[in-house]
Design a binder for this molecule. Structure first.
Ligand code: ARG
Length: 312
């Protein structure tokens, strides 16, 4: 598939609701993206490092793989390119590829994980990035500071929104600003259920100024809530109900927003703002504390003169 399409058939959690009814919202222009994913071959819950993980709740591994395959197929059906990294036995959380690092401007920085259980993933992702030169990505190696990649580092146009409080450290934010040469806006997370920034905040459209985002205010400290309200006055404010099914853990191409089919209120909010929600079922991956975005690392190429044309 070469073209980006705007299907109305895949946005399926609210039958009968037209995907294009938001006539007054801005035109949302999808752009072709490049993603890295990791098949959940060895996915399981064998330790508890966030409140979602419960050793008493069994994981259906085969079902996890089927759900993951449908997510990958949904990206490809919308014209996006997906790379895969080989899963490593004994690293059950490696499916959450967003945590593997951050890639911006054609340069990659591999993660340095907080918990010993996940630390070997840093080297696995670093090795993949090092071999990705052929795809046009230059590796900056592994972060020296505690850094969980796109779990906490969400590029919103030319500013990197950076979460801290549970995983990625403030020192890591400074390291990212330095190595990737981007402005970093530190945001403090305060609710252990929303331990990574990508569980509490979604970047939806970087073609607007400022970027269009959605977030759950109460997941942030009062000071960070004030910063968000000031910088993003038009943001979508998610409900606690939608956040509690990890509805904010989305991937957006600027128009199509891939997210759990359980976040029905957020689907409506997105439609009203001109987005096309694409609902997916990732109920098995939710048992590890992750959803769509957690399973997806965006590989952002070096800037070219043509990609931003639509919004110039
Ligand atoms: N079990 C994983 C952890 O606690 C889940 C990671 C989810 N990833 C994310 N990008 N939020 O580290």
């Amino acid at each position: 598939m070469t073209a980006i399409t705007s299907p109305t058939t895949t946005s399926g959690t609210l039958p009968g609701t037209a995907a294009h009814e938001a006539a007054s919202s801005p035109d949302r222009t999808p752009t072709a993206r490049h993603y890295l994913m990791c098949r959940p071959t060895y996915f399981d819950v064998v330790y508890e490092i966030n409140p979602w993980m419960d050793l008493g709740v069994p994981v259906d591994g085969a079902r996890a793989v089927r759900q993951w395959e449908r997510l990958k197929a949904a990206y490809e059906a919308h014209g996006h390119r997906v790379e895969v990294i080989d899963p490593v036995p004994g690293l059950p959380d490696m499916v959450y590829a967003a945590n593997g690092g951050v890639v911006a401007g054609g340069r990659s920085l591999a993660a340095r994980f907080t918990y010993p259980e996940r630390q070997p993933e840093g080297a696995a992702y670093e090795a993949w990035f090092a071999a990705a030169g052929a795809l046009g990505f230059a590796s900056l190696g592994q972060a020296t500071e505690q850094n969980e990649g796109e779990g906490d580092l969400l590029l919103a146009g030319d500013v990197m929104l950076a979460g801290t409080g549970f995983r990625t450290s403030r020192a890591a934010h400074a390291e990212v600003a330095d190595l990737l040469g981007v402005e970093v806006l530190t945001l403090e997370l305060v609710d252990p259920r929303y331990y990574h920034l990508d569980t509490a905040l979604a970047v939806l459209d970087t073609g607007t100024t400022p970027a269009t985002i959605a977030y759950l205010p109460e997941a942030f400290s009062p000071a960070s809530q004030a910063v968000l309200a000031e910088r993003y006055p038009d943001a979508i404010l998610a409900t606690p109900e939608d956040a509690a099914v990890l509805g904010l853990n989305v991937v957006s191409d600027g128009r199509h927003v891939f997210l759990t089919d359980r976040a029905t209120g957020l689907h409506d909010q997105l439609r009203r703002r001109g987005f096309d929600p694409v609902g997916v079922d990732l109920s098995e991956l939710l048992k590890g504390g992750g959803s769509v975005k957690c399973c997806t690392l965006e590989l952002r190429p070096a800037a070219t003169t043509t990609t931003q044309e639509a919004h110039a």
